[in-house]
Design a protein. Structure first.
Length: 283
């Protein structure tokens, strides 16, 4: 959901600092907003008898990892990987509280030495668009996948198709002129907007049977939560952490007004325009 500096070291700084804190503070809001993506990931879990091992890339505070672990039950194991220590602390606490057999590792999936050929399935909800070398990252994930393993990841399509996600920065730009600029194809929320580029990345990384299809997913959040969404998340929220209270209040008021087209009664609704990306590790 962000337009941030674009190397993996920058991503580590962000997600172990203010970006990770923002997601921890707003865990309930984000879990609710993105819950409609969980069934899409669950539908791709490998079926059949026997133990199945799943890797959740960019697992954040663990919602998708826990959902997949619960679906697998005693027939599988789900490992969540993320670069953010603060978010993983929350994920581990949630797993312990729920009694779910999920484990978590702090890892940059582009370079982490996962055990070779150790996963039957790889999943991700919005966790694969931030690599500074996506070919290397997906090649590393392929090495972690067993022969014939499947992969399903969800990524955003273009910013033009996702007005809700860019309303805040457009409305705030006159008041916060130093907001980061999004660059097409650069690591960040919309890095995978170009379907042909994504297909080429996966092919170069050694994946086969690639299927990239558009999905339009209805999402919502309670209208009162818009203020927290604006004040914490994305490039606007991160910038607001550094301004005085008068500027912060003025920006939030301006941006909240810009979200009016999405508000219906006590609920804010939008359609998330995404890619469902499926692929297979060669046998």
């Amino acid at each position: 959901m962000n337009a941030y500096p674009q190397t993996n070291s920058d991503q580590s700084t962000l997600w172990n600092g203010t970006g990770g804190r923002a997601w921890v503070v707003n865990q309930t809001l984000l879990d609710h907003m993105f819950q409609p993506f969980e069934p899409i990931l669950l539908d791709a879990l490998p079926a059949g008898d026997g133990h199945r091992r799943v890797l959740d890339v960019g697992c954040g505070t663990g919602a998708t990892t826990l959902a997949m672990a619960q679906r697998l039950g005693g027939q599988g194991e789900c490992v969540g990987a993320d670069i953010s220590a603060p978010m993983l602390d929350v994920a581990r606490e949630r797993a312990a509280r729920l009694g779910v057999a999920a484990s978590f590792v702090q890892a940059d999936a582009q370079t982490h030495a996962f055990a070779p050929a150790s996963f039957d399935h790889i999943a991700s909800r919005f966790g694969v668009m931030f690599f500074d070398d996506p070919v290397a990252a997906f090649a590393n994930l392929r090495r972690a996948a067993r022969p014939g393993a499947t992969m399903r990841v969800i990524a955003w399509r273009s910013q033009a198709e996702n007005a809700f996600m860019t309303t805040g920065e457009r409305a705030a730009a006159p008041l916060l002129p130093d907001l980061p600029v999004r660059h097409p194809g650069a690591p960040g929320q919309f890095a995978f907007a170009d379907r042909q580029r994504v297909a080429a990345i996966l092919a170069q990384a050694g994946w086969s049977g690639t299927d990239i299809r558009p999905i339009d997913v209805p999402c919502e959040l309670p209208e009162p939560d818009l203020v927290d969404y604006i004040g914490w998340l994305g490039s606007v929220g991160q910038r607001l952490l550094t301004v005085d209270e008068t500027t912060r209040a003025r920006v939030i008021q301006t941006v909240r007004a810009a979200f009016a087209p999405f508000v219906h009664g006590d609920t804010a609704r939008f359609t998330a325009a995404c890619w469902q990306i499926d692929a297979q590790a060669p046998d």
